[in-house]
Design a protein around this ligand. Structure first.
Ligand code: PSU
Ligand code: MN
Length: 305
């Protein structure tokens, strides 16, 4: 069941062997998504939220070339401290990092790949990558979307940041047959904000309902992922104006500095965090914890069946 090339931690291995609920967590959010030391604190707190809700956390990365499912606190601290010095690893980067025995932080795409090969079906993060604004010229579409199209993992997120072209992101997911669920909402959440004015495909009200949909999809052989969007709790949501302004400025700076390719998302994330001050980081942390909670509940429902 677990791919022979994957290294698992003892708690994750035991949970999987016993059919206990496990939730995958990514590591690019640690190295490239938040500043040190809040990134490390958040990663550890998110793991604790998974445990408090009855599941086993499996933070995922490539360590010394080994796809690793279940990091130690020391490994999380290392990835967080190194930050941008750690290689950001998406699907296309996995072979070289593995073959050369290096370390890498996994994106949503590569975390899905490792989770699936370990037999984990539920994954919590903050925001996914998507179709970038101006993609009609740059063709910058995150590999996260293509992974959702093909890998059998449910990804719980708070939507996607407005650094992206959200209508095009939804179109891409529709084309590739990826269901976009709204947890207690008809409106696609916008990461820092609860609403975007765009509609999700299907509203769901409980973890049990989500698990039933996942079973229907996978039992029927409809391969690929599901995007579960979970709005940030009201008390932590931000107003749209300051976020929109920060996003516009960050995008203008990226263009002026010629930032592109895999550097684009980390650059935009860091600039939006800097421009909006501590507020947006606090929101970011709370929404990932909130997603960890829901993911654990979904994993529990799947394990029951
Ligand atoms: N969006 C966020 N925070 C993040 C990311 C995206 O709000 O940390 C990270 C995730 O790891 C995601 C990756 O998979 O950026 C997408 O990068 P790219 O657009 O280069 O595929
Ligand atoms: Mn890209």
């Amino acid at each position: 069941m677990i791919h022979a090339m994957i290294k698992t931690s003892a708690p994750v291995r035991e949970a999987l062997a016993e059919g206990q609920p496990v939730v995958a967590l990514e590591s690019t959010i640690i190295s490239h998504g938040m500043p040190y030391p809040r990134n490390v604190e958040t990663a550890l707190s998110v793991e604790q939220h998974v445990r408090d809700n009855g599941a086993v956390p499996a933070t995922i990365a490539v360590i010394g070339g080994k796809p690793t499912v279940g990091l130690t606190p020391d490994q999380i601290e290392y990835l967080g401290r190194e930050g941008l010095n750690v290689t950001k690893v998406s699907r296309r980067d996995l072979p070289s990092i593995m073959a050369t025995g290096r370390d890498g932080a996994t994106t949503v795409a590569s975390t899905m790949i490792l989770a699936a090969r370990a037999g984990i079906r539920v994954f919590a993060t903050g925001g996914i990558g998507g179709v970038h604004r101006g993609a009609e010229d740059s063709m910058d579409v995150s590999a996260d979307l293509q992974e959702l199209a093909q890998t059998d993992v449910a990804v719980v997120c708070a939507g996607a940041k407005a650094i992206l072209d959200l209508p095009k992101t939804l179109e891409y997911l529709e084309t590739h047959g990826v269901p976009v669920l709204g947890f207690g909402t008809d409106d696609l959440p916008g990461f820092y904000t609860r609403e975007t004015g765009l509609r999700v495909d299907h509203r769901v009200e409980s973890a049990a309902e989500i698990a039933a949909l996942l079973r229907a999809k996978w039992d029927f052989g409809l391969s690929g992922g599901v995007l579960v969007t979970n709005p940030v709790p009201v008390e932590f949501a931000m107003a749209r104006d300051p976020i929109d302004r920060a996003v516009e400025q960050a995008l203008a700076e990226a263009q002026a500095q010629g930032v592109k390719g895999k550097d684009s998302t980390p650059f935009l994330l860091a600039r939006v965090t800097e421009l909006t001050g501590g507020d947006s980081l606090a929101t970011n942390i709370r929404l990932v914890e909130n997603n960890a909670r829901l993911a654990a509940q979904i994993a529990l429902e799947i394990a029951k069946a």
